[in-house]
Design a binder for this molecule. Structure first.
Ligand SMILES: [Mg+2]
Length: 218
């Protein structure tokens, strides 16, 4: 089945945020935020190992803090949330996605954003671009419990258990291997969005139900 057909036959769409909806760190870089988290964390006494000092991924900084100092992790998560909310003020929209959301809604589909980014940032972005009326729910990070984030199926299962249909009625759309892994663990269909070179090959190895290189293909 073609990816667009999989979406069309699914009554519920679970949509990853960073990538499929917008480039959260497209204007404010993730490296700058990772740097800011390290600066604050160091001020609170965190001693980062070299791999965390080198990373451009704020989630790696947060994961390290969660391992060694739960108090610091809570404060870093709050700071990360503020950075994300600021970043989505200028985050560029992903071409094709607003049309897709409108088509899904017109066909009676239910849309939930499932994101490792903070719920506050997702909400703020949807309001800014006028998409909040198309989205039924947001299942996203709202604390420093990073073990709940994808690739864990937790955020998807929260949505599925609150609904009245089987996991097979859902399709997850995401641009990371962690989206594919989380969807598989939750029992939903999954379409991978290969928005960068090299991703297609990585995704193909995990055998999602479909791979697209543009959201407009859905
Ligand atoms: Mg993503």
């Amino acid at each position: 089945m073609k990816p667009a057909e999989i979406v069309a036959r699914s009554s519920h769409v679970l949509l990853d945020f960073d990538g499929p909806v917008c480039a959260v760190f497209g204007a404010v870089t993730d490296r700058a935020i990772a740097e800011e988290l390290r600066r604050k964390g160091a001020g609170w006494g965190l001693e980062f190992p070299s791999e965390v000092l080198d990373t451009s991924d704020p989630f790696d900084v947060l994961k390290f803090a969660a391992r060694v100092d739960s108090q610091a992790a809570v404060r870093l998560e709050e700071l990360f949330r503020e950075c994300e909310v600021a970043a989505v003020e200028t985050a560029p929209a992903t071409p094709g996605t607003s049309d897709l959301l409108r088509r899904v809604r017109t066909a009676g589909g239910v849309i939930t954003i499932v994101s490792n980014n903070s719920a506050a940032a997702v909400r703020s972005y949807l309001q800014r671009v006028g998409l909040e009326d198309l989205v039924h729910g947001i299942s996203a990070r709202d604390d420093a419990e990073i073990q709940h984030l994808k690739p864990s199926p937790y955020l998807l299962q929260q949505v599925i258990s609150a609904g009245e249909v089987q996991p097979s009625a859902y399709v997850m759309i995401g641009d990371s291997t962690s989206d594919i892994e989380a969807a598989r663990a939750a029992g939903t269909a999954v379409i991978a969005f290969a928005n960068k070179p090299g991703k297609h090959e990585r995704f193909a190895a995990l055998a999602p139900d479909g791979i697209v290189t543009s959201m407009a293909d859905l």
